[in-house]
Design a protein around this ligand. Sequence first.
Ligand SMILES: *Cc1c(COP(=O)(O)O)cnc(C)c1O
Length: 446
Amino acid sequence: MTAETLRNLVETVPQLKALEEEREIFWRNPLLKPAAQGHSLAPLTMADIDDAEARLARFAPFLVDRFPELAPANGVIESALRPVPALKARLNTRYGADLTGTLLLKEDSHLAVAGSVKARGGIYEVLKHTEDLALEHGILSGFEDDYRKLASPEARALFSRYTVQVGSTGNLGLSIGITSAAVGFRVIVHMSADARQWKKDKLRSHGVTVVEYAADYGKAVEEGRARSNADPMSYFVDDENSANLFLGYAVAAKRLVGQLEALRVPVDADHPLFVYIPCGVGGAPGGVTFGLKQIFGDHVHCFFVEPTQAPCMLLGMATGLHNGIAVQDIGLTGLTHADGLAVGRPSGFVGKVMEPYLSGAFTLRDWRIYDYMRDLWETEGIFIEPSACAAFQGPVMLGQTEEGRAYLADHGLTDKMENAAHILWATGGSLVPEEVREVYRNTHLE
Ligand SMILES: *Cc1c(COP(=O)(O)O)cnc(C)c1O
Protein backbone atom coordinates (compact mmCIF):
# COMPACT_ATOMS: atom_id res chain seq x y z
CA MET A 1 0.00 0.00 0.00
CA THR A 2 1.52 3.33 -1.06
CA ALA A 3 1.44 6.39 1.19
CA GLU A 4 -0.82 8.11 -1.32
CA THR A 5 -3.38 5.29 -1.38
CA LEU A 6 -3.41 5.43 2.39
CA ARG A 7 -3.95 9.21 2.48
CA ASN A 8 -6.87 8.85 0.08
CA LEU A 9 -8.35 6.11 2.22
CA VAL A 10 -8.15 8.18 5.37
CA GLU A 11 -10.13 10.88 3.59
CA THR A 12 -12.92 8.55 2.49
CA VAL A 13 -13.05 6.32 5.57
CA PRO A 14 -13.20 8.58 8.63
CA GLN A 15 -12.88 5.68 11.12
CA LEU A 16 -9.33 4.97 9.94
CA LYS A 17 -7.98 7.84 11.99
CA ALA A 18 -9.51 6.41 15.17
CA LEU A 19 -8.14 2.96 14.33
CA GLU A 20 -4.68 4.37 13.71
CA GLU A 21 -4.83 6.12 17.07
CA GLU A 22 -5.77 2.85 18.77
CA ARG A 23 -9.06 4.29 19.99
CA GLU A 24 -11.91 2.01 21.00
CA ILE A 25 -14.71 2.48 18.49
CA PHE A 26 -18.01 1.15 17.25
CA TRP A 27 -18.06 0.94 13.48
CA ARG A 28 -21.45 0.69 11.89
CA ASN A 29 -21.51 -1.27 8.64
CA PRO A 30 -22.92 1.03 5.94
CA LEU A 31 -23.48 -1.91 3.59
CA LEU A 32 -25.91 -3.76 5.90
CA LYS A 33 -28.99 -4.80 3.92
CA PRO A 34 -32.31 -6.43 4.77
CA ALA A 35 -31.58 -10.14 5.25
CA ALA A 36 -33.55 -11.19 2.15
CA GLN A 37 -31.32 -8.98 0.03
CA GLY A 38 -28.26 -10.37 1.76
CA HIS A 39 -29.32 -13.90 0.90
CA SER A 40 -29.58 -13.03 -2.78
CA LEU A 41 -25.96 -11.84 -2.73
CA ALA A 42 -24.54 -14.76 -0.75
CA PRO A 43 -22.51 -17.52 -2.43
CA LEU A 44 -23.88 -20.09 0.08
CA THR A 45 -27.40 -20.94 1.20
CA MET A 46 -29.41 -22.54 3.99
CA ALA A 47 -29.27 -25.79 1.99
CA ASP A 48 -25.48 -25.76 2.41
CA ILE A 49 -25.86 -25.44 6.18
CA ASP A 50 -28.41 -28.27 6.21
CA ASP A 51 -25.95 -30.38 4.24
CA ALA A 52 -23.21 -29.66 6.80
CA GLU A 53 -25.50 -30.56 9.67
CA ALA A 54 -26.44 -33.83 7.95
CA ARG A 55 -22.75 -34.66 7.48
CA LEU A 56 -22.09 -34.10 11.19
CA ALA A 57 -25.02 -36.41 11.98
CA ARG A 58 -23.57 -39.14 9.73
CA PHE A 59 -20.27 -38.90 11.57
CA ALA A 60 -21.79 -38.98 15.07
CA PRO A 61 -21.31 -42.76 15.66
CA PHE A 62 -17.71 -42.52 14.45
CA LEU A 63 -17.08 -39.54 16.74
CA VAL A 64 -18.39 -41.50 19.73
CA ASP A 65 -15.97 -44.30 18.79
CA ARG A 66 -13.01 -41.90 18.63
CA PHE A 67 -14.03 -39.59 21.49
CA PRO A 68 -15.87 -41.63 24.15
CA GLU A 69 -16.67 -38.44 26.07
CA LEU A 70 -19.17 -37.69 23.29
CA ALA A 71 -21.29 -40.77 24.10
CA PRO A 72 -23.78 -38.98 26.40
CA ALA A 73 -24.49 -36.46 23.61
CA ASN A 74 -24.65 -39.23 20.96
CA GLY A 75 -21.71 -37.78 19.08
CA VAL A 76 -23.12 -34.28 18.73
CA ILE A 77 -20.63 -31.57 19.69
CA GLU A 78 -22.69 -28.69 21.06
CA SER A 79 -22.43 -26.12 23.83
CA ALA A 80 -24.84 -24.71 26.39
CA LEU A 81 -26.61 -21.34 26.17
CA ARG A 82 -26.74 -19.91 29.67
CA PRO A 83 -28.34 -16.81 31.22
CA VAL A 84 -25.73 -14.74 33.08
CA PRO A 85 -27.76 -12.23 35.14
CA ALA A 86 -25.03 -11.55 37.69
CA LEU A 87 -22.62 -10.67 34.90
CA LYS A 88 -25.25 -8.37 33.42
CA ALA A 89 -25.51 -6.53 36.74
CA ARG A 90 -21.72 -6.25 36.90
CA LEU A 91 -21.42 -4.83 33.37
CA ASN A 92 -24.05 -2.25 34.26
CA THR A 93 -22.59 -1.10 37.56
CA ARG A 94 -18.93 -1.27 36.61
CA TYR A 95 -18.98 0.02 33.03
CA GLY A 96 -22.27 1.93 32.85
CA ALA A 97 -23.58 -0.46 30.22
CA ASP A 98 -27.25 0.28 30.94
CA LEU A 99 -28.07 -3.16 29.61
CA THR A 100 -31.70 -4.28 29.74
CA GLY A 101 -33.29 -7.54 28.61
CA THR A 102 -31.63 -10.94 28.91
CA LEU A 103 -27.87 -11.50 28.80
CA LEU A 104 -26.80 -14.98 27.67
CA LEU A 105 -23.46 -16.74 27.35
CA LYS A 106 -22.96 -19.20 24.48
CA GLU A 107 -20.39 -21.58 25.89
CA ASP A 108 -18.39 -22.64 22.86
CA SER A 109 -15.56 -22.24 25.34
CA HIS A 110 -16.70 -25.63 26.64
CA LEU A 111 -17.23 -27.48 23.36
CA ALA A 112 -15.97 -31.07 23.57
CA VAL A 113 -12.72 -32.19 21.91
CA ALA A 114 -11.25 -28.76 21.13
CA GLY A 115 -12.49 -26.44 23.92
CA SER A 116 -13.23 -23.58 21.55
CA VAL A 117 -15.46 -22.42 18.72
CA LYS A 118 -12.92 -24.12 16.41
CA ALA A 119 -14.53 -27.43 17.40
CA ARG A 120 -17.24 -26.41 14.92
CA GLY A 121 -15.40 -25.39 11.77
CA GLY A 122 -12.19 -27.29 12.35
CA ILE A 123 -13.70 -30.65 13.14
CA TYR A 124 -16.26 -30.29 10.37
CA GLU A 125 -13.57 -29.61 7.79
CA VAL A 126 -11.49 -32.64 8.85
CA LEU A 127 -14.59 -34.85 8.71
CA LYS A 128 -15.52 -33.58 5.26
CA HIS A 129 -12.02 -34.41 4.01
CA THR A 130 -12.21 -37.83 5.69
CA GLU A 131 -15.54 -38.55 4.00
CA ASP A 132 -14.24 -37.48 0.59
CA LEU A 133 -11.23 -39.80 0.87
CA ALA A 134 -13.27 -42.71 2.24
CA LEU A 135 -15.81 -42.49 -0.58
CA GLU A 136 -13.07 -42.17 -3.19
CA HIS A 137 -11.26 -45.27 -1.87
CA GLY A 138 -14.33 -47.38 -1.29
CA ILE A 139 -14.10 -47.45 2.51
CA LEU A 140 -17.60 -46.00 2.50
CA SER A 141 -20.10 -47.04 -0.16
CA GLY A 142 -22.24 -43.93 0.27
CA PHE A 143 -23.83 -41.57 2.78
CA GLU A 144 -26.04 -44.38 4.10
CA ASP A 145 -23.09 -46.57 5.05
CA ASP A 146 -22.01 -47.22 8.66
CA TYR A 147 -19.46 -44.51 9.42
CA ARG A 148 -17.93 -46.61 12.22
CA LYS A 149 -16.10 -48.35 9.35
CA LEU A 150 -13.86 -45.29 9.33
CA ALA A 151 -12.26 -46.58 12.52
CA SER A 152 -11.36 -49.95 10.95
CA PRO A 153 -7.69 -50.96 10.48
CA GLU A 154 -8.20 -50.78 6.71
CA ALA A 155 -9.46 -47.21 6.94
CA ARG A 156 -6.72 -46.15 9.31
CA ALA A 157 -4.08 -47.64 7.01
CA LEU A 158 -5.48 -45.45 4.24
CA PHE A 159 -5.63 -42.26 6.31
CA SER A 160 -2.10 -42.75 7.68
CA ARG A 161 -0.76 -42.18 4.16
CA TYR A 162 -2.21 -38.67 4.12
CA THR A 163 -1.18 -35.47 5.84
CA VAL A 164 -3.33 -32.56 7.03
CA GLN A 165 -1.70 -29.16 7.54
CA VAL A 166 -2.97 -25.89 8.98
CA GLY A 167 -1.69 -22.47 10.07
CA SER A 168 -2.98 -21.23 13.39
CA THR A 169 -2.71 -18.82 16.32
CA GLY A 170 -3.51 -21.79 18.53
CA ASN A 171 -7.10 -22.93 18.77
CA LEU A 172 -7.63 -23.91 15.14
CA GLY A 173 -4.44 -25.93 15.36
CA LEU A 174 -5.77 -27.69 18.47
CA SER A 175 -9.05 -28.51 16.77
CA ILE A 176 -7.59 -29.68 13.45
CA GLY A 177 -4.67 -31.43 15.14
CA ILE A 178 -6.66 -33.42 17.69
CA THR A 179 -9.34 -34.43 15.18
CA SER A 180 -6.93 -35.34 12.39
CA ALA A 181 -4.82 -37.41 14.76
CA ALA A 182 -7.97 -39.20 15.96
CA VAL A 183 -8.94 -40.05 12.37
CA GLY A 184 -5.41 -41.34 11.74
CA PHE A 185 -3.94 -38.65 9.51
CA ARG A 186 -0.45 -37.32 9.88
CA VAL A 187 -0.78 -33.72 11.03
CA ILE A 188 1.46 -30.67 10.84
CA VAL A 189 0.32 -27.50 12.61
CA HIS A 190 2.11 -24.27 11.72
CA MET A 191 1.90 -22.05 14.79
CA SER A 192 2.33 -18.27 14.78
CA ALA A 193 4.43 -16.51 17.42
CA ASP A 194 1.27 -15.65 19.38
CA ALA A 195 0.38 -19.27 20.05
CA ARG A 196 0.56 -20.18 23.73
CA GLN A 197 3.06 -22.81 24.82
CA TRP A 198 0.46 -25.09 26.44
CA LYS A 199 -1.39 -25.40 23.11
CA LYS A 200 1.79 -26.57 21.39
CA ASP A 201 2.51 -29.01 24.24
CA LYS A 202 -0.99 -30.40 24.09
CA LEU A 203 -0.78 -30.97 20.34
CA ARG A 204 2.56 -32.71 20.61
CA SER A 205 1.07 -35.02 23.23
CA HIS A 206 -1.42 -36.09 20.53
CA GLY A 207 1.43 -36.95 18.15
CA VAL A 208 1.01 -33.80 16.11
CA THR A 209 4.04 -32.14 14.49
CA VAL A 210 4.13 -28.50 15.55
CA VAL A 211 6.24 -26.07 13.51
CA GLU A 212 6.83 -22.77 15.29
CA TYR A 213 7.27 -19.40 13.61
CA ALA A 214 8.67 -16.18 15.01
CA ALA A 215 6.25 -14.35 12.70
CA ASP A 216 2.50 -13.75 12.81
CA TYR A 217 -0.48 -15.80 11.72
CA GLY A 218 -0.30 -14.69 8.09
CA LYS A 219 3.24 -16.06 7.79
CA ALA A 220 2.33 -19.37 9.47
CA VAL A 221 -0.52 -19.83 7.00
CA GLU A 222 1.66 -18.92 4.03
CA GLU A 223 4.37 -21.41 5.00
CA GLY A 224 1.85 -24.11 5.81
CA ARG A 225 0.11 -23.65 2.49
CA ALA A 226 3.38 -23.76 0.55
CA ARG A 227 4.57 -26.92 2.28
CA SER A 228 1.23 -28.61 1.84
CA ASN A 229 0.98 -27.69 -1.84
CA ALA A 230 4.41 -29.25 -2.41
CA ASP A 231 3.11 -32.62 -1.15
CA PRO A 232 0.41 -34.35 -3.25
CA MET A 233 -0.61 -36.45 -0.22
CA SER A 234 -1.20 -33.36 1.93
CA TYR A 235 -4.41 -31.40 2.48
CA PHE A 236 -4.27 -27.79 3.61
CA VAL A 237 -7.02 -26.41 5.84
CA ASP A 238 -7.32 -22.88 4.51
CA ASP A 239 -8.73 -20.75 7.32
CA GLU A 240 -8.75 -17.69 5.05
CA ASN A 241 -10.82 -19.14 2.22
CA SER A 242 -12.52 -22.36 3.30
CA ALA A 243 -16.25 -22.66 2.68
CA ASN A 244 -16.21 -25.91 4.66
CA LEU A 245 -14.90 -24.31 7.82
CA PHE A 246 -17.44 -21.54 7.38
CA LEU A 247 -20.34 -23.97 7.06
CA GLY A 248 -19.20 -25.95 10.10
CA TYR A 249 -19.47 -22.75 12.12
CA ALA A 250 -22.83 -21.87 10.58
CA VAL A 251 -24.47 -25.05 11.92
CA ALA A 252 -24.33 -23.42 15.37
CA ALA A 253 -27.28 -21.24 14.40
CA LYS A 254 -29.60 -24.18 13.77
CA ARG A 255 -28.82 -25.63 17.16
CA LEU A 256 -29.46 -22.28 18.84
CA VAL A 257 -33.13 -22.25 17.87
CA GLY A 258 -34.15 -24.99 20.31
CA GLN A 259 -31.89 -23.58 23.03
CA LEU A 260 -33.57 -20.17 22.86
CA GLU A 261 -36.99 -21.82 22.91
CA ALA A 262 -36.05 -23.90 25.94
CA LEU A 263 -35.09 -20.68 27.75
CA ARG A 264 -38.33 -19.04 26.55
CA VAL A 265 -36.40 -16.32 24.78
CA PRO A 266 -38.44 -15.24 21.76
CA VAL A 267 -36.80 -13.73 18.67
CA ASP A 268 -39.14 -11.66 16.52
CA ALA A 269 -39.86 -8.08 15.47
CA ASP A 270 -40.57 -7.07 19.09
CA HIS A 271 -37.83 -9.20 20.63
CA PRO A 272 -34.54 -8.42 18.91
CA LEU A 273 -31.53 -10.68 19.32
CA PHE A 274 -28.05 -9.16 19.57
CA VAL A 275 -25.01 -11.37 19.11
CA TYR A 276 -21.42 -10.35 19.85
CA ILE A 277 -18.54 -12.51 18.60
CA PRO A 278 -14.76 -12.07 18.91
CA CYS A 279 -13.14 -11.94 15.47
CA GLY A 280 -9.73 -13.00 14.21
CA VAL A 281 -9.44 -13.88 10.53
CA GLY A 282 -13.25 -13.96 10.38
CA GLY A 283 -14.19 -17.58 9.70
CA ALA A 284 -15.75 -18.42 13.05
CA PRO A 285 -17.72 -15.21 13.64
CA GLY A 286 -18.56 -15.00 9.93
CA GLY A 287 -19.89 -18.53 9.74
CA VAL A 288 -21.94 -18.17 12.91
CA THR A 289 -23.34 -14.85 11.67
CA PHE A 290 -24.18 -16.29 8.27
CA GLY A 291 -26.15 -19.08 9.94
CA LEU A 292 -27.93 -16.72 12.31
CA LYS A 293 -28.99 -14.40 9.49
CA GLN A 294 -30.36 -17.35 7.52
CA ILE A 295 -32.54 -18.36 10.45
CA PHE A 296 -33.46 -15.16 12.30
CA GLY A 297 -33.19 -12.73 9.37
CA ASP A 298 -33.71 -9.10 10.29
CA HIS A 299 -34.48 -9.92 13.92
CA VAL A 300 -30.86 -10.76 14.68
CA HIS A 301 -28.14 -8.12 14.88
CA CYS A 302 -24.61 -9.46 14.69
CA PHE A 303 -21.46 -7.65 15.80
CA PHE A 304 -17.78 -8.59 15.73
CA VAL A 305 -15.25 -7.49 18.33
CA GLU A 306 -11.53 -7.03 17.64
CA PRO A 307 -8.46 -5.75 19.54
CA THR A 308 -7.43 -2.13 18.83
CA GLN A 309 -4.06 -3.45 17.57
CA ALA A 310 -5.60 -6.06 15.25
CA PRO A 311 -8.93 -4.81 13.88
CA CYS A 312 -8.36 -6.56 10.56
CA MET A 313 -11.96 -7.40 9.62
CA LEU A 314 -13.20 -3.92 10.51
CA LEU A 315 -10.38 -2.43 8.43
CA GLY A 316 -11.04 -4.70 5.47
CA MET A 317 -14.77 -4.09 5.47
CA ALA A 318 -14.66 -0.34 6.19
CA THR A 319 -12.22 0.24 3.34
CA GLY A 320 -13.81 -2.37 1.07
CA LEU A 321 -10.30 -3.70 0.45
CA HIS A 322 -10.86 -6.87 2.52
CA ASN A 323 -7.69 -9.00 2.32
CA GLY A 324 -6.07 -6.24 0.25
CA ILE A 325 -5.21 -4.34 3.43
CA ALA A 326 -3.52 -5.34 6.70
CA VAL A 327 -3.47 -3.58 10.06
CA GLN A 328 0.27 -2.99 9.59
CA ASP A 329 -0.61 -0.78 6.60
CA ILE A 330 -2.12 1.77 8.99
CA GLY A 331 0.75 1.56 11.46
CA LEU A 332 -0.66 -0.96 13.92
CA THR A 333 1.41 -3.90 15.15
CA GLY A 334 -1.14 -6.71 15.06
CA LEU A 335 0.27 -7.67 18.47
CA THR A 336 -2.28 -8.30 21.20
CA HIS A 337 -2.79 -10.30 24.39
CA ALA A 338 -5.91 -11.67 22.68
CA ASP A 339 -3.94 -14.48 21.04
CA GLY A 340 -6.98 -15.97 19.29
CA LEU A 341 -7.64 -12.62 17.60
CA ALA A 342 -4.04 -11.75 16.66
CA VAL A 343 -4.61 -11.55 12.91
CA GLY A 344 -3.38 -8.69 10.74
CA ARG A 345 -5.11 -9.46 7.45
CA PRO A 346 -8.73 -10.62 7.26
CA SER A 347 -10.29 -13.34 5.16
CA GLY A 348 -11.40 -11.74 1.91
CA PHE A 349 -13.96 -14.48 1.39
CA VAL A 350 -15.61 -13.88 4.77
CA GLY A 351 -15.48 -10.08 4.56
CA LYS A 352 -17.24 -10.13 1.22
CA VAL A 353 -19.99 -12.50 2.45
CA MET A 354 -20.45 -10.36 5.58
CA GLU A 355 -21.00 -7.09 3.69
CA PRO A 356 -24.82 -7.24 3.67
CA TYR A 357 -25.15 -9.15 6.97
CA LEU A 358 -22.89 -7.63 9.63
CA SER A 359 -24.40 -4.86 11.76
CA GLY A 360 -21.05 -3.51 12.89
CA ALA A 361 -17.86 -4.07 14.84
CA PHE A 362 -16.30 -2.92 18.09
CA THR A 363 -12.67 -2.55 19.03
CA LEU A 364 -11.27 -2.89 22.54
CA ARG A 365 -8.01 -2.39 24.33
CA ASP A 366 -6.18 -5.37 25.75
CA TRP A 367 -6.63 -4.48 29.44
CA ARG A 368 -10.33 -5.08 29.11
CA ILE A 369 -10.12 -8.75 28.20
CA TYR A 370 -8.58 -9.58 31.58
CA ASP A 371 -11.02 -7.38 33.48
CA TYR A 372 -13.99 -8.88 31.64
CA MET A 373 -12.57 -12.35 32.31
CA ARG A 374 -12.46 -11.63 36.04
CA ASP A 375 -15.96 -10.12 35.88
CA LEU A 376 -17.38 -13.38 34.53
CA TRP A 377 -15.36 -15.50 36.95
CA GLU A 378 -16.32 -13.44 39.99
CA THR A 379 -20.01 -13.08 39.17
CA GLU A 380 -20.88 -16.41 37.57
CA GLY A 381 -17.96 -18.71 38.46
CA ILE A 382 -17.31 -19.42 34.77
CA PHE A 383 -13.82 -19.32 33.26
CA ILE A 384 -13.31 -18.48 29.59
CA GLU A 385 -10.05 -17.41 27.93
CA PRO A 386 -9.22 -13.71 27.63
CA SER A 387 -9.67 -13.59 23.83
CA ALA A 388 -13.22 -14.86 24.22
CA CYS A 389 -14.05 -12.05 26.63
CA ALA A 390 -13.65 -9.50 23.85
CA ALA A 391 -17.33 -10.21 23.17
CA PHE A 392 -18.32 -8.31 26.32
CA GLN A 393 -17.30 -5.03 24.70
CA GLY A 394 -20.40 -5.22 22.50
CA PRO A 395 -23.18 -4.93 25.10
CA VAL A 396 -21.02 -2.63 27.22
CA MET A 397 -20.51 -0.13 24.38
CA LEU A 398 -23.54 -0.46 22.09
CA GLY A 399 -25.68 1.95 24.09
CA GLN A 400 -22.76 4.11 25.18
CA THR A 401 -21.60 5.17 21.72
CA GLU A 402 -23.35 7.69 19.53
CA GLU A 403 -23.13 5.36 16.54
CA GLY A 404 -24.53 2.50 18.60
CA ARG A 405 -27.52 4.52 19.72
CA ALA A 406 -28.06 5.68 16.14
CA TYR A 407 -28.06 2.05 15.00
CA LEU A 408 -30.76 1.20 17.52
CA ALA A 409 -32.84 4.26 16.61
CA ASP A 410 -32.58 3.70 12.87
CA HIS A 411 -33.75 0.11 13.26
CA GLY A 412 -36.65 1.09 15.50
CA LEU A 413 -35.12 -0.80 18.42
CA THR A 414 -34.69 1.89 21.06
CA ASP A 415 -37.98 1.17 22.83
CA LYS A 416 -37.66 -2.61 22.41
CA MET A 417 -34.47 -3.04 24.39
CA GLU A 418 -36.35 -4.19 27.51
CA ASN A 419 -37.37 -7.23 25.42
CA ALA A 420 -34.00 -7.81 23.84
CA ALA A 421 -31.69 -10.77 24.30
CA HIS A 422 -27.91 -10.38 24.04
CA ILE A 423 -25.65 -13.34 23.37
CA LEU A 424 -21.97 -13.16 24.29
CA TRP A 425 -20.30 -15.78 22.11
CA ALA A 426 -17.68 -17.31 24.43
CA THR A 427 -15.22 -18.65 21.87
CA GLY A 428 -12.74 -20.60 23.98
CA GLY A 429 -11.29 -21.56 27.31
CA SER A 430 -12.08 -24.97 28.80
CA LEU A 431 -8.74 -26.54 27.83
CA VAL A 432 -6.64 -23.77 29.42
CA PRO A 433 -4.52 -25.44 32.15
CA GLU A 434 -5.14 -24.33 35.73
CA GLU A 435 -1.71 -22.72 36.14
CA VAL A 436 -2.27 -20.63 33.01
CA ARG A 437 -5.72 -19.58 34.28
CA GLU A 438 -4.04 -18.39 37.46
CA VAL A 439 -1.59 -16.28 35.43
CA TYR A 440 -4.51 -14.74 33.49
CA ARG A 441 -6.44 -13.98 36.67
CA ASN A 442 -3.44 -12.09 37.99
CA THR A 443 -2.78 -10.16 34.82
CA HIS A 444 -3.65 -6.47 35.09
CA LEU A 445 -2.91 -4.16 32.17
CA GLU A 446 -3.26 -0.42 31.85
C1 LIG B 1 -10.24 -18.37 16.48
C2 LIG B 1 -10.84 -17.65 17.60
C3 LIG B 1 -11.70 -16.58 17.40
C4 LIG B 1 -12.04 -15.98 16.07
O1 LIG B 1 -12.20 -16.85 15.00
P1 LIG B 1 -11.67 -16.44 13.55
O2 LIG B 1 -12.18 -17.51 12.67
O3 LIG B 1 -10.18 -16.42 13.60
O4 LIG B 1 -12.21 -15.10 13.26
C5 LIG B 1 -12.24 -15.99 18.52
N1 LIG B 1 -11.96 -16.41 19.76
C6 LIG B 1 -11.14 -17.45 19.98
C7 LIG B 1 -10.88 -17.88 21.40
C8 LIG B 1 -10.55 -18.10 18.92
O5 LIG B 1 -9.73 -19.12 19.15
